[in-house]
Structure formats: C-alpha cells, structure tokens
Design a protein around this ligand. Structure first.
Ligand SMILES: Cc1ncc(COP(=O)(O)O)c(C=O)c1O
Length: 393
C-alpha cells in the first residue's frame, strides 16, 4: 500500500514539512504548493490588476470550485455553496429550518461545540427539543437507539461524522439509511472527514453536508462548503437573504435562486475560493481511497507506538479510528507537553472542550493531546515524535 503512494512527491510539494513535523492536520493542514501558489498568484493579480477585473478574467477557474466540490461529494455543482467556514455552512443549513415549538432534533454526542450552541439557541428561542442519541459501547452513534427515538415530531437528524477529538468515525451511512427510510432531513458535519476519506452524499443518504477547507482538504483558511440536496433546496429558505442569494427583479421584488448559492453572499475571498477548488482537485488526484489507506496506516503505527509508552493512555473511540490520534499523559499536563513539542518543531494540539462537548462531559477524559496525521507524514516522523515524547516524559 505504502509503495503505491508517492510520499516523496507529496513532501516535495509541501514546503512546510521541510523543517517541522506537522501533526496538527485536524487543526489546519499544510497546504501543498499548487494550492498555496494559486492563492498567492491570485492575490498578486488582484493587487496589480484590480479585484473585479481578475474575477471576470478568471471566472472559469473560480467556477471550478463548484465542479470540483461536486466531484468530491458525488453531487451536482448547483447543490454546492461556498462558505467561509464549516460553521457558517452548518448554521446556514440549520437556521433555514422552520422549527416549531415541540419539534424534535436528534443529534449525536459527537456534535461540534459551535453546532451545540446553535442547537441550544434554537431550543431556547423556539422551544424545540434536542434529543441526544446514545453511543454504542465502541463510542459510535447507536443505530438501534436512533431508530427507537424516531417519531412524528423529529424534524432533523444531525451527525458529526468525524469529531475533532478522539479518532471516532461515526457510521454516517447507516444513520442516513435510517433518516431516509423515515423521511427526515439529515445534516452531516463532514468537517474532519473531507480530504481524509471518501465522502459520497448518496452513499451517506444525507440531505445537507458541511465541510471546511483548511483541514484534511489542505485548502486555505477562511473556506468551507455546504451541500444541499436538490429535493430539499426548494423547501429551504435561508434565514437571511441578499442580492446574490435572491437577485432583485425590481425595486420591490426579488427571486430566490433555485440553486445552493441561495445560501451564499456575493462578497468573499475569491482567491481562497479558487485555491479551495485547486485543493479539492489535488486531493482527488491523489485519490480519497488511497489517502484514507495511507492515513489509517500511519495512525495505526502511531497508536501502536504510543500504547507501548508508560503513562500514555490512548483515548480514541470507534471501531476503526481515523487519522486523529488522541491520548493523555500521566507525567505532564497536556498544554505543557504541546509547548515542549512545539519547541522541538513538532506541531500538535490539545483537544479543547468545544471539540465534542457532549461526549467529553460524559466520558470524563483527562486533558488530551491530539496528533493528527496526513498522508505527507511519514513513519520516520512518527518515530521522531515518539522518541521526543519519551524524552519529555
Ligand atoms: C467536527 C468539526 N465541525 C465543525 C468545525 C468548525 O469548522 P470551522 O472552523 O471551519 O467553522 C470543526 C472545526 O474544528 C470541526 O472539527
């Protein structure tokens, strides 16, 4: 498997990996050269030629973001909206629902902190009920419990496919089958999944999906995307409109767009949009299946080595944990450990409470260090990381 993956090329095309070990890909990956240069070149052209002029001249390349995202998710380009973050994309979808008092929303314990705030906000404001679907013993959402919680009042099912702390990969397709059979809209947070593993909206049976650019997709910061299934699009009116989402027909009339761009604003970083399209193409050229195999191999190698260190306790959940490796250390507070590793040019992060607050509260884990790997990382880097860790503990 590793021989099929051209690691040398991946590293040659990643300037940032030359003088550091970057194990913070769940925070933000190092962008590859084609992505970084696309961003810099576009900004340079804006500086020299003017933003509107470059936008007009490079319209086809800007549009490539939509077709690339559609290929990534196996959907059509008019089901894609550009967003400046996954949070913005998730909120745009969520706040478009016309929830009524007494409606229920089923959510997983893996929901991201920002989504949790939005859920609590709507519960407080509208009197909707949030029901947390329990996990199975492995930590994945329990499909039987999900089914048993369904009733006529359930108006939305939310699932974070891969939470940002804990290695978990939720069975998003199984949840989708349940949602589809029950005819309930299904919103997937695929923020940490995009770029790390294949994500196909038909296979997931999801109606809405959000993602971010800067993590495993290796795109620029300040980028994200929203997928909205065509059949749901017509029923979902964004809770805020503007002249891009709903072009004016006259001084007192507008027409809501029929595509997913109804969830967008006109102004954005066009450089970042173009570069995100390049990042998606770049990921697709490596192949999401190959990427997923490569990162699983690296993460398994790291977990095996960590498990052999005294005082280190792995915290990952789920049946097949992904490239996000989390652990606690008995000998040193996690923040201190992260700082010490950073001094040695090793980037990691600690897992904040907001990563997956509902499950964190339930699991009572001590503070966790997160080492999140991508395909351009190597076994040599893992060995170096483990050696430095042992010296520190
Ligand atoms: C699972 C998950 N969902 C959503 C988000 C929010 O993404 P963004 O920062 O692009 O809004 C994150 C960010 O860490 C995340 O890990």
């Amino acid at each position: 498997m590793t021989t099929r993956f051209d690691i040398e090329r991946a590293r040659r095309e990643t300037r940032g990996c030359e003088d550091r070990i970057h194990f913070n890909n769940a925070g933000a990956s190092l962008p590859p050269i084609p992505v970084a240069d696309a961003l810099y070149d576009y900004l340079r052209e804006e500086e020299e030629q003017g933003g509107y002029e470059v936008m007009a001249r490079r319209a086809a390349e800007l549009d490539n973001f939509y077709t690339a995202a559609a290929r990534l998710l196996t959907c059509s380009a008019d089901e894609i909206a550009f967003a400046d973050s996954a949070t913005r994309a998730w909120n745009a979808a969520f706040y478009a629902f016309d929830f009524q008092p007494g409606d229920r929303i089923l959510a997983s314990s893996a929901e991201y902190g920002s989504s949790l705030v939005a859920l609590l906000h709507q519960a407080k404001r509208l009197g909707v009920e949030i029901s947390w679907v329990p996990d199975d013993p492995s930590g994945q959402i329990d499909i039987n419990s999900l089914e048993s919680q369904l009733d006529k009042r359930v108006k939305l099912i939310c699932l974070t496919q891969v939470p940002s702390g804990g290695g978990l990969v939720n069975p998003a397709a199984k949840v989708g089958k349940v949602a589809k059979a029950a005819g309930i809209p299904y919103l997937v947070d695929a923020c940490q999944a995009l770029g790390q593993m294949p994500v196909d909206v038909d296979q997931l049976c999801c109606d809405l999906l959000c993602g971010t650019g800067r993590k495993f997709l290796r795109g620029p910061r300040g980028t994200g995307l929203l997928y909205v299934r065509k059949t749901l699009l017509e029923q979902l009116e964004p809770n805020q409109l503007n002249h891009h989402a709903a072009p004016l027909l006259s001084a007192n009339n507008y027409q809501l767009r029929s595509d997913a761009k109804r969830f967008e604003c006109w102004e954005r970083s066009y450089a970042a949009q173009l570069a995100l399209g390049v990042a998606i193409d770049y990921a697709l050229a490596w192949g999401l299946g190959s990427i997923s195999e490569r990162v699983s191999f690296l993460a398994t190698t790291l977990r095996q080595k960590l498990a052999a260190i005294d005082g280190v306790t792995l915290a990952d959940q789920g049946l097949e944990p992904c490239a996000i490796v989390t652990f606690s250390c008995a000998q040193m507070p996690v923040d201190q450990l992260q700082q010490q590793l950073a001094l040695r040019q090793i980037n990691t992060s600690s897992v904040p409470f907001s990563a997956n607050p509902v499950s964190s509260e339930k699991l009572h884990h001590p503070a966790l260090l997160r080492a999140s790997l991508h395909y351009y990382n190597t076994v040599e880097e893992i060995e170096c990381f483990v050696t430095e860790l042992k010296l520190l503990l």
